[in-house]
Design a protein around this ligand. Structure first.
Ligand code: TYD
Ligand code: MG
Length: 456
């Protein structure tokens, strides 16, 4: 067997013994990448190779066995994984620096009854111990290894035979088989490849931690997404306490589940019932506050939307949001201007979702719109009312998914009235409820309902 260095065009696959700037066959620039090619099997050897290998099997005859998942003893984490860690699976947890990835993973390591090897390339053993002390948990089943070279990590895994390996983080690892420096795409891909192969061959589950930067540009981990089995994203605003663990890809379960945590001084607390937590106590005298009955993943929860509208102090009015898409807010402001006749173009508009949590649910629209109107008019919204509706460009209130669930949740938490789209008339007939359901079809109706009656 011989090894050769070749340059391959990543566009058309043309091969050259030397690097070329412009590919002579497809005319593309800068597409040649150095690759090591192992070739020259003798023709007879090749022929004998061709006869062996895997045989095709009838799909109906394939035996399946349900794999026993490893319970992480963390309800929220289990939920996102789809019921626990699958043996031999590789999970990537991505998130911005400081969001709590290391805290989450050490907490799992301390909680889980299986022996866990926590490999850290970022912190010293004493720093990890300090963190564990902070969480006030200890375990005789958690081993800590401070090491960055994959060639040294693999023998340690073989020797200690853990039931779970955690690598914090993939960006700090390096392998001798790649020349480039740690953190480069080649190193990350190479290290991950070795670990993933090891996990599959030895049936050891591995959790990889990867950093992403503010603009979501995951230079390293992005290339890993197709290599690993599960990709989870840990998100939230690091100046707030709530964190959401979201499934982005899951070969063994759904990606529509989310896990919710609260960052306390002694670690992450699981938020199993997110309902009441996201609402701050407010009374009937505060304008600019409204409550949305939202659904994130498969779970309903009730969140508070706060808005402040004030005259722009400096020339250009500002639009600033936390936890809500600024473009979406701009669209809602345009609807308010055109369909309800408000002048907001000379006003600053600030919008926060309480708790700093980011919710991708179109049903938030109606609540956002009402919070903005309430602040602009300085008329408070009754604190026992909540909202669930999408707002269209013509100012119509559109139906939203899982409306029954939203109504039930709002009722459970103690709301007296929920405002939804008129189009839900049929769905709502079938549910028994004590909450007052108000159905509207246009933003003018909502406006009259909430703000005009009081002025009479
Ligand atoms: P960390 O897990 O180090 O983040 P990452 O690994 O994603 O970079 O968490 C960092 C933040 O969490 C840090 O600002 C301190 C805070 N923290 C707490 O609030 N409570 C705790 O118990 C711990 C361990 C950390
Ligand atoms: Mg960390």
């Amino acid at each position: 067997m011989k090894q050769k260095t070749m340059y391959t065009c990543q566009n058309c696959g043309a091969v050259s013994p030397k690097w070329i700037g412009k590919c002579p066959s497809c005319q593309q620039w800068n597409t040649y990448v150095e690759e090591i090619v192992t070739t020259t099997l003798k023709p007879t050897a090749l022929a004998s190779r061709l006869s062996s290998g895997n045989q095709p099997i009838q799909i109906s005859e394939i035996q399946t066995s349900t794999v026993a998942r490893i319970d992480t003893h963390n309800i929220e984490f289990n939920r996102v994984l789809g019921g626990g860690i699958v043996p031999g699976s590789v999970t990537l947890i991505g998130g911005e620096p400081g969001i709590g990835k290391s805290t989450l993973s050490i907490q799992i390591a301390l909680n889980i009854p299986e022996k866990t090897l926590y490999v850290s390339g970022e912190e010293s053993a004493s720093q990890i111990k300090l963190r564990a002390d902070r969480i006030k948990k200890t375990s005789n089943n958690c081993l800590v290894l401070c090491e960055v070279t994959v060639e040294n990590i693999i023998p340690q895994i073989r020797e200690t035979k853990p039931g779970l390996v955690i690598i914090d983080s993939i960006q700090t690892l390096r392998t001798e088989s790649a020349e480039s420096s740690p953190g480069t795409v080649t190193q990350i891909r190479e290290c991950a490849d070795i670990l993933i192969r090891f996990a599959k061959e030895n049936n050891v589950p591995i959790i990889l931690i990867g950093h992403i930067n503010k603009d979501g540009n995951i230079a390293g981990p992005k290339i890993l997404e197709h290599m690993v089995d599960t990709v989870l994203q840990f998100e939230g605003d690091s100046s707030h306490v709530y964190r959401v663990l979201r499934g982005i890809k899951n070969r063994f379960g759904t990606t529509s589940e989310v896990g919710i945590f609260e960052m306390l001084t002694d670690g992450l607390r699981e938020v199993n019932n997110p309902g009441e937590l996201l609402i701050h106590q407010h009374d009937n005298n505060t304008s600019g506050v409204s409550v949305a009955s939202a659904v994130e993943g498969l779970r309903p929860f009730v969140v508070e939307v706060q808005s402040l509208v004030s005259t722009a102090a400096y020339g250009v009015p500002q639009r600033s949001t936390t936890g809500f898409d600024t473009k979406r807010l701009n669209m809602l402001l345009a609807v308010i201007e055109r369909r309800a006749g408000f002048r907001l173009n000379q006003k600053d508009v600030f919008l926060n979702i309480a708790g700093g949590i980011k919710i991708n649910d179109p049903a938030m629209d109606l609540s956002v719109l009402c919070a903005v109107l309430s602040s602009d008019l300085d008329i408070p919204i009754d604190c026992t009312t909540c909202f669930a509706g999408e707002v269209g460009l013509t100012g119509e209130i559109r139906p939203v998914g899982r409306v029954e669930q939203r109504i039930t949740e709002a009722e459970k938490i103690g709301f007296k009235r929920i405002i939804i789209s008129q189009s839900h008339q049929k769905n709502v007939l079938n549910i028994r409820h004590t909450i007052d359901i108000v159905m509207v079809s246009k933003i003018e109706e909502v406006f009259r309902l909430l703000f005009v009656k009081r002025n009479r």
